[in-house]
Write a protein that binds this ligand. Structure first.
Ligand code: SAJ
Length: 430
């Protein structure tokens, strides 16, 4: 099938790169977002999100004339739905954006159109929720129009490259839909395109992120066990990973972001009786910020009232500016609730207001009054610091390094006393 014009609904971290990449490959793209600020900003060349290379890509796409940005969809050969699926209370998937986006294309559907859902969704969503909405037009899915589920699998920080190079799964409601989906993504995807059915594709996406969550949970649990047994977990993981069938991930301050900390709950919601391990892994990762607070208290004592603590890094992971569901932000709030005087700094958002916290304008600023420094997010610019970069900026001599970024002799011999999460050096009850 030939795609001359497509409509992409939702211009966030996935929709915007996808729309821009299609338009740079000669397709006319109408990018749609319900948020007027997003649409107006993009029309003036302003981006509402940060991702390496995205600004240049979007600007080129807009300048080429192939990408236009609007509030509402219009007729097209294909529609891609890439809106968020957050969760509402009780850890249940909120499909209201997916449903609203699907309903918004109904007046513009024509025979021969393809609709692709990219948003992460509970198993069965494409067949049981999307198909009936599309069929309210009288058009029959599988006969008059094509419908597929194709999960995005790109890693924030590397979206533009992974969008093109990663293998792509396309789950059709029937074979013809899957094949039509392949024709569409082949326009720019260089990786393998694997065809399957819609429910399998939905499950694959959830399995991938759940697998990662469970793997991180066991790393976090290993770090607590290592602390109890007087072992350095980082060294132990490195050595264990030399085994050809072992690949343990890294412990840390918890799992953030809008994917891995959310998606496993979609499986739990769909089948709580069958997902005990998944539930436990979520609870382990969600409790990690509290564990970090306990580590801090083991170093400086239980009473944090009035203590000046500098937190380095606020993003949900290293190398991104995204603060959504960030365990670092959670740690800042937990410390403030205990009366600590918290100063925060993220090199990606200096001077900005983030979830009720104000990032210091510069690295020296965050250290000014610090009595304790806690290194939370391993942004390269922070990992690369050496003791002499800090020592004259602060009177603090205690550091808790939760990312194992400041190691080696220069740190051991420095005037700082450093405690590393998951290592054998923490005082107090183990
Ligand atoms: N984390 C650890 N230890 C690790 C790896 C990660 O504690 O060893 C933490 C990070 O610091 C972060 C969280 O986990 O807080 C998630 O980070 P991530 O890099 O593992 O994943 P995301 O959420 O940025 O992107 C994931 C990716 N999924 C997989 O790798 C299976 C990406 O490919 C998906 O497209 C994305 O979720 C998504 O949108 O679903």
């Amino acid at each position: 099938m030939d795609f001359k014009k497509i409509c992409v609904l939702g211009l966030g971290y996935i929709g915007l790169p996808t729309a821009s990449t299609f338009s740079m490959n000669g397709v006319n793209v109408v990018g749609v977002d319900i948020n007027p600020q997003v649409v107006n900003g993009l029309q003036e060349g302003q981006l509402h999100i940060q991702e390496p290379g995205l600004r240049t890509l979007v600007q080129s796409a807009l300048e080429s004339g192939n990408l236009i940005v609007k509030h509402k969809p219009e007729t097209a050969d294909a529609f891609i739905i890439a809106v968020p699926t957050p969760f509402r209370e009780g850890k249940r998937a909120d499909l209201s954006f997916v449903i609203a986006a699907t309903e918004s294309i109904v007046p513009f559907l024509r025979p021969g159109n393809l609709v692709v859902l990219e948003s992460t969704s509970p198993p069965g969503t494409t067949e049981k929720i999307i198909a009936p909405i599309l069929e309210s037009t009288g058009l029959k899915v599988g006969q008059d129009i094509y419908l597929a589920y194709s999960p995005e699998r790109v890693l924030p920080g590397q979206i533009l490259r992974e969008l093109i190079e990663n293998a792509r799964v396309i789950g059709g409601i029937d074979e013809k839909s899957a094949q039509t989906g392949k024709d569409l993504y082949r326009i720019f995807v260089k990786g393998n395109i694997i065809l399957t059915n819609a429910a399998t594709a939905e499950m694959i996406k959830l399995m991938e992120n759940t697998y990662r969550d469970v793997n991180i949970a066991i790393a976090n649990e290993f770090s607590r066990l290592a602390d109890r047994f007087g072992v350095n977990v980082w060294e132990a993981i490195d050595i264990a990973n030399l085994h050809p069938r072992v690949n343990i991930l890294k412990p840390g301050i918890g799992v953030g972001g809008h994917c891995i900390s959310v998606d496993p709950w979609f499986l739990v919601e769909a089948a709580p009786d069958l997902s005990k391990l998944i539930t436990t892994a979520r609870l382990v990762n969600d409790s990690q910020p509290e564990y970090v607070i306990q580590l801090i208290q083991r170093v400086v004592g239980a009473d944090l009232q009035g203590m000046n603590i500098a937190l380095l890094g606020l993003a949900y992971k290293a190398g991104v500016d995204d603060m959504r569901e960030s365990p670092a932000v959670q740690i800042a709030h937990l410390l403030m609730a205990k009366g600590a005087a918290v100063a925060v700094y993220d090199p990606f958002r200096p001077g900005e207001e983030i979830e009720g916290l104000k990032s210091a304008a510069s690295f020296p600023d965050v250290l000014q009054n610090a009595e304790l420094i806690v290194f939370l997010v391993g942004h390269t610019s922070l990992v690369d610091l050496v003791p002499s970069d800090l020592k004259d900026l602060t009177k603090a001599r205690l550091i808790i390094d939760a990312v194992n970024g400041w190691t080696g002799e220069e740190w051991t011999r420095s005037p700082f006393h450093i405690y590393h999460l998951g290592s054998d050096d923490f005082p107090g009850e183990k």
